[in-house]
Design a protein around this ligand. Structure first.
Ligand SMILES: *Cc1c(COP(=O)(O)O)cnc(C)c1O
Length: 219
């Protein structure tokens, strides 16, 4: 099966209103171009430098999703073009994103990354911190950054019940916050191994890499 076949197979089995982001990290420009030529516009990367290089080389109407851990000192490199920053894990990062977006005359859409997995290796704020950020006076003053949703990653495990419970907890928080902050529209959860569970639990955006592009190899 080709990359485009893999993409279409997933696209055709998920509800139409769910955004499918093709996670192209470590994959070559040619693979992205192949999907682009088939009409795909949403791509995800987890390293800012790699995303910038790909942005340079590829058509400018691609919507680039920064799904990885974001260091404040690298925000400036993507501020001009990044479509959605999924991994905002603290207020100071929002401040930097706001500052760089202001310089570019943009309003940057971002998601707050919440830690739902049990692994320490996964970044993200505690569940209660998301509301604290939205309520904070500082966030009020950031006119060039807009929180439009939440993002989370489930524990890497075969225990589908555990995964389901973690996604459920994030969706619960999302629905609660939405009542007070109707600008929250996106719930980014689900990857190759668990996107079907994530969609059942309320996801509006799934980030799928290996099931589209094949296994990554890092060396
Ligand atoms: C790599 C990555 C994905 C995609 O992972 P697959 O298991 O290959 O689908 C999704 N989300 C994040 C945050 C990632 O880093």
């Amino acid at each position: 099966m080709s990359i485009v076949d893999n993409y279409n197979k997933i696209k055709n089995t998920i509800p139409e209103n769910i955004t499918l982001v093709a996670v192209s990290k470590t994959k070559p420009i040619e693979d992205i171009q192949e999907l682009y030529d088939a009409g795909v516009r949403d791509f995800g990367e987890n390293k800012i430098q790699e995303m910038c290089e790909k942005h340079e080389a590829l058509p400018k109407d691609i919507r680039w999703h920064m799904i990885g851990h974001v260091q404040s000192n690298k925000v400036k490199y993507m501020a001009e073009f990044v479509h959605l920053v999924h991994g905002v894990h603290k207020l100071s990062l929002l401040k930097e994103i706001n500052k760089r977006a202001e310089q570019e005359n943009r309003v940057q859409n971002v998601l707050l990354q919440v830690k739902i997995a049990e692994e320490d290796s996964k970044y993200g704020m505690q569940l209660h911190e998301a509301r604290e950020i939205l309520e904070s006076e500082k966030y009020e003053t950031y006119k060039n950054v807009k929180v439009v949703g939440l993002m989370g990653m489930a524990t890497f495990t075969d225990d589908t019940e555990q995964i389901r419970e973690e996604f459920k907890a994030l969706n619960q928080l999302f629905l609660n916050l939405k009542k007070d902050y109707p600008q929250l529209k996106t719930l980014s959860m689900g990857m190759s191994g668990d996107y079907e569970i994530a969609i059942k639990e309320g996801s509006t955006l799934v980030r799928v890499g290996s099931k589209i592009f094949g296994e990554r190899n890092y060396h």
